[in-house]
Design a protein around this ligand. Structure first.
Ligand code: PRT
Ligand code: ZN
Length: 225
């Protein structure tokens, strides 16, 4: 595979981060037409290619140096980093900046009838989550042992379905917890979207383009504050 001289940026194809990531790039003056069927979109006015992928793939693509930049939620980024460190895979990246969208928290929650005092109320119980590494880190810090129930989706229905006693899931408004008869007990991680860069050496032209985009992003975000 030949190394491209074009800057490669990974963004979520469709989901909670895609619109805002695209909007930010557009407001930095990057012009592109997205074809929904295509993985790659080429910018018209700068040597930039957008890679439109599942958000879960973005940290690895940056850490492996397959792409130069990525827009990603810190929750997914840190979960993947811990996983890769355990497996001995490349896990380095530079965080260029936190962004002003995608804010959420990873929280413990239990059924309304659960008598929760503190995290030790979950000792020995089963917790459903899509974030096993962030959950383990938090519970280890507290010295609490618990049992895993790994679910990639529908985490909020696990207690009612009899799969787990509590959950550890992303929350923004809290409406999903409420609709499922759960209440939030502890925030274990606060997250927002961020822009990350691969740690691989860049050629000077690419690095100059990255610096230009970052300085424009800083300007756009500052103007909104
Ligand atoms: O298909 P792909 O894998 O790319 O997308 P995805 O389905 O894995 O992710 P997506 O688009 O749902 O979320 C992408 C990122 O958005 C997350 O990793 C977070 O960084 C961020 N984010 C911000 C959120 C939320 N807010 C959020 N509320 N991600 C998910 N939720 C879900 C949460 O899991 C729960 O089901 O929304 C529900 C709770 O919302 P409230 O408002 O009812 O509390
Ligand atoms: Zn995902």
């Amino acid at each position: 595979m030949s190394e491209s001289n074009r800057l490669r940026i990974a963004i979520q194809k469709s989901g909670r981060l895609s619109k805002e990531s695209l909007k930010l790039l557009k407001s930095c003056g990057v012009k592109f037409n997205i074809n929904e069927q295509r993985l790659i979109a080429h910018a018209d006015n700068m040597p930039i290619d957008l890679l439109r992928v599942r958000d879960d793939d973005i940290p690895g693509l940056v850490m492996d140096g397959v792409v130069d930049l990525g827009f990603i939620g810190e929750n997914v980024l840190e979960e993947e980093q811990i996983e890769r460190e355990m497996l001995g895979k490349p896990a380095l990246f530079n965080k260029l900046r936190q962004l002003d969208f995608g804010a959420c928290r990873l929280s413990l929650a239990v059924p309304n009838e659960f008598n929760y005092q503190d995290a030790s109320s979950l000792e020995g119980l089963r917790i459903a989550t899509s974030y096993p590494n962030l959950l383990r880190r938090y519970m280890q810090e507290k010295g609490i042992s618990y049992r895993d129930c790994m679910l990639k989706g529908s985490v909020e229905v696990a207690p009612r379905a009899g799969l787990s006693d509590g959950i550890c899931d992303l929350v923004s408004t809290g409406a999903t917890l409420e609709a499922n008869g759960l209440y939030e007990t502890e925030v274990i991680y606060r997250s927002a979207a961020c822009l990350i860069q691969s740690t691989q050496a860049q050629d000077p032209d690419k690095q100059a383009l990255i610096d230009k985009i970052l300085s424009r992003i800083n300007g756009v975000v500052r103007a909104k504050e």
